[in-house]
Design a binder for this molecule. Structure first.
Ligand code: PRP
Length: 199
């Protein structure tokens, strides 16, 4: 993959709270182009194979549904939900299963679909969890990879974009459950205290 430095640019958006601003890091158009390339890479590796996509809620929802349509061929999907203990931007590394898979993955070719790979602690937990269920193969596709934040020794097989260590929202990613519905991946900035009238 060609590596480019991603730079955010400002775009005026409605619905922002006072004191918060967003800048587009990866536009909707760029996302869709890259998704088509990712789908091609995956289909090159598994040309005729039924693919079972597993989305990790909630951030991966838009990524999974767009990618599923780009993949073509036989595709099924399932979702699970995990939570990492510790709030805010840092986690303690403990991961807890909140919602299990609906169907067995034994003997299936599984593509784990994640919106973002950060410390890697969630993915490390998930890979161990999936391996116990005896799938035929497990591959990982992530839209965003914050390489410099990695703690666990894990990597994704397919990466949409490597991004800098900035707080990102949009296209499924949230801040306090907000901004998931932005069409672009954006960085989120906060005004210094005293410069906004927000609560
Ligand atoms: C995000 C993302 C991964 C995890 C990656 O989920 O979807 O599951 O964090 O972080 P890590 O590499 O440091 O483990 P989040 O907890 O934000 O939940 P959400 O998808 O519901 O927003």
């Amino acid at each position: 993959m060609a590596k480019k430095t991603l730079k955010a640019h400002t775009r005026v958006m409605k619905g922002l709270r006072p004191g918060e601003s967003v800048r587009v890091l990866i536009s909707d158009a760029r996302l869709q182009v890259r998704l088509k390339q990712l789908a091609k890479e995956i289909r090159r590796d598994f040309p005729n194979e039924p693919l079972h996509l597993i989305g990790v809620l909630k951030g991966s929802v838009f990524f999974l549904t767009d990618l599923a349509r780009d993949l073509g061929g036989e595709v099924s999907f399932d979702f699970l939900s995990v939570s990492s203990y510790g709030q805010g931007t840092d986690s303690t590394g403990e991961v807890k299963l909140i919602k299990d898979l609906d169907v067995s993955i034994e003997g299936r070719t599984v593509i784990v679909v994640e919106d973002i790979l950060d410390t890697g602690l969630t993915l490390k937990y998930l890979l161990r969890f999936f391996e116990e269920k005896k799938p035929k193969d497990v591959r990982v596709v992530v839209l965003l990879d914050k390489v410099e934040r990695r703690i666990a020794d894990v990597r994704a097989d397919y990466v949409g974009f490597e991004i800098p260590n900035e707080f990102v929202v949009g296209y499924g990613l949230d801040f306090d459950e907000r901004y998931r519905n932005l069409p672009d991946v954006c960085t989120l900035q906060f005004a210094p205290k005293g410069k906004s009238k927000s609560a």
